[in-house]
Design a binder for this molecule. Sequence first.
Ligand code: MRU
Length: 357
Amino acid sequence: MSRTVGGPPESLRWVGDVTGQLEILDQTRLPGALEWVACRDVATVVEAIKSLRVRGAPAIGIAGGYGLAVAAGEAVHDRLLSEAARAHVLARAEELATARPTAVNLRWAVERCVAAIDHLPGDTPADALGQALLAEARAIHAEDRELCAAIGRHGAAELPAGDILTHCNTGALATGGAGTALGVITAAWDAGRRFTVFADETRPLFQGARLTAWELVERGIPVTVLVDSAAGHLLATGRIATVIVGADRITACGDTANKIGTYSLAVLAAAHGVPFYVAAPSSTFDLAIDSGVEIPIEERAAEEVLAPLGVRAAPAGAAAFNPAFDVTPARLIRGIITERGVITPVNRDTIRHMLSG
Ligand code: MRU
């Protein structure tokens, strides 16, 4: 089992050369079992992304990138000639990019890998396409590790002293490194700060209770899990100094899509005068869209709500409303912690300035 130092295992890894395989730590089985899914075809990668075996915006971007190397491996295996191999890869690229609609990192990474073979001549054989795709996916993976480390450094310096409330899972499992919001928390801890992390359980799929709590327990950082609806009461006690979350897509004006329940948390934080921070790499910004209403919101299966963790809770015949994400308006966000520094206040000018610098 390969592990990050003093923490949980990495979320995904590539094994072998261009005809090797992508291995994904199956997060649907955590924390009960550590099982790896071997992806030797694109259908398995797409299924893993859709069913949240791999999840978290940066991690699904990395999976999408490696997914294209898997596509090239299929072309090598099927002995496709150069033009057919390229057409095969491009067709799979769209399948991968659309596997989940809200996190912009997925399309960003897939398009970056496609661009890495754009300049190669038309007669480039499948294995050479695969090598270029694998190199680009590996670069995205390695860069994400660095981005997380830089976000951690900037965020740890910004975080007020005191206990922290977070939502969903934004740690090593969700990225190629230490994490975004959870990376800030662990960096602050490693710098000697002491606090308790309150983790929303994050219904309906329990990323907070299953994954964030697990990562923190593995790290020896005190964690207390609460039901999502207890957040208002917790904030009213005055115990929470900061709320910090990750992001799946941030628009040019700073409106931020993140796991369902984030918006409610931001409203509650504002009502109690608690600073609300977002931590995300620049690959999570979508400057092509201006405001949050333009972000596509993924709607997921009713069963996730009606039968949480596979246990039926609602009667047959009940319908479910199951948006996977919501949008927090920029005005509720104290700062966005990026690898380049902290954007505060959050508006079009400060975002453009930070990202173009
Ligand atoms: O549906 P998920 O589990 O992929 O949602 C993940 C989140 O909302 C995270 O907060 C976000 O991707 C940031 S991960 C560093």
